[in-house]
Design a protein around this ligand. Structure first.
Ligand SMILES: Nc1ncnc2c1ncn2[C@@H]1O[C@H](COP(=O)(O)OP(=O)(O)OP(=O)(O)O)[C@@H](O)[C@H]1O
Length: 313
């Protein structure tokens, strides 16, 4: 049986004028590390709040650990761990006091489930008497994860756990999630960072409240349908302008120091012809090289193909 299911979930705000989640359906298998990937406002938090019973959907059904979110909310609250965005810590309580508080809420003790949090807790233990408000972002994140785990949940919801956290802490955090998976906890994690998508077993790409694609990161990238090139010249601004005026180019967008260019057709001379075109437009320092798409390229491609999702309506 699936650990989490959503069927045709829709959620609107402001008397129906803001369509935050639109006809979303997916299922998460027990023990899976599942990612909801999408930019700000895509609907990630609304979905998490519906699944953790903090928000009622307008329509559709959803279950967590076989409990209905509408009718069995008490059972779900006892069985899930939820780490909301911007961490739900008590800033004036110390590390130790925060943990004790969350353990008491669930009628358990730190000692009873210490094995589950041990690896993470050891990293913050030197600061056990420090107030949560005085911790660094990475430390807060670890403490929030310990608090979400202290009652041994079967399903863990992590809403943008790495937003605003430094690169090293982000990496450490994902390593911790890998360890938790070995304890057969189902994990749903949301993130706006495309590079983190590849660390999930399966992902749903979300935009404007709609699912653009659900699959393994590999399959999502493999389904990218166009020949893709990375292009650079000495004049970045006119490069974008000239690429958009070039008929064989389907789309072009800045990507780090390069511009990613998708061609309409797979012609063997795509790159040579583009070089000639750019030279004729007085570009110098021309680099054109074929590349493998990333999840971000696929996301952009799907948004272009689904303009209604791209505009959030
Ligand atoms: N309480 C609310 N009242 C009105 N609109 C809301 C409310 N909560 C969310 N929204 C809107 O619903 C849409 C989806 O928001 P949601 O917070 O679910 O997305 P998100 O992907 O989690 O983004 P973020 O990271 O910005 O929270 C956005 O357009 C947002 O402005």
């Amino acid at each position: 049986m699936d650990a989490v299911t959503l069927e045709h979930i829709t959620k609107t705000y402001e008397k129906g004028t803001v369509r935050a989640v639109e006809d979303v359906s997916f299922a998460v298998k027990p023990g899976e590390l599942f990612g909801l990937i999408g930019p700000d406002g895509a609907g990630k938090t609304s979905i998490f709040r519906i699944l953790t019973t903090l928000l009622l959907a307008d329509s559709g059904t959803a279950t967590v650990a076989a409990h209905d979110v509408r009718t069995d909310y008490q059972a779900i609250r006892n069985t899930v761990g939820y780490m909301p965005g911007r961490f739900s810590l008590y800033q004036d309580l110390t590390v130790q006091e925060n943990l004790n508080f969350f353990a008491t809420l669930f009628d358990t003790t730190i000692a009873a489930n210490y094995a589950l949090i041990k690896d993470i807790y050891e990293q913050i233990e030197p600061f056990r008497d420090r107030r949560a408000g005085k911790l660094s972002g990475g430390m807060k994140q670890k403490l929030a994860l310990c608090c979400a785990l202290i009652h041994k949940p079967t399903v863990l919801f992590l809403d943008e756990p790495t937003t605003g956290v430094d690169a090293v802490s982000r990496k450490e955090f994902w390593a911790m999630l890998g360890q938790l998976r070995q304890q057969s906890i189902t994990i749903l994690v949301s993130t706006p960072y495309m590079d983190e998508a590849t660390l999930c077993e399966r992902i749903a790409l979300l935009q404007g409240g709609k699912i653009l694609s659900i699959d393994t990161p590999d399959n999502i990238v493999r389904a990218y349908p166009h020949p893709l090139y990375a292009v650079k010249t000495d004049a970045v601004h006119s490069l974008l302008h000239d690429l958009r005026a070039y008929a064989p180019v389907l789309s072009s967008y800045a990507f780090g120091e390069f511009v990613h260019v998708a061609f309409r057709q797979n012609q063997p001379n795509n790159d040579a012809a583009l070089r000639d075109y750019l030279r004729a437009r007085q570009h110098t320092g021309i680099v054109v090289k074929p590349i493998e798409p990333t999840i971000e390229d696929r996301f952009i491609e799907l948004m272009t193909a689904n303009p209604t999702a791209a505009h959030g309506n």
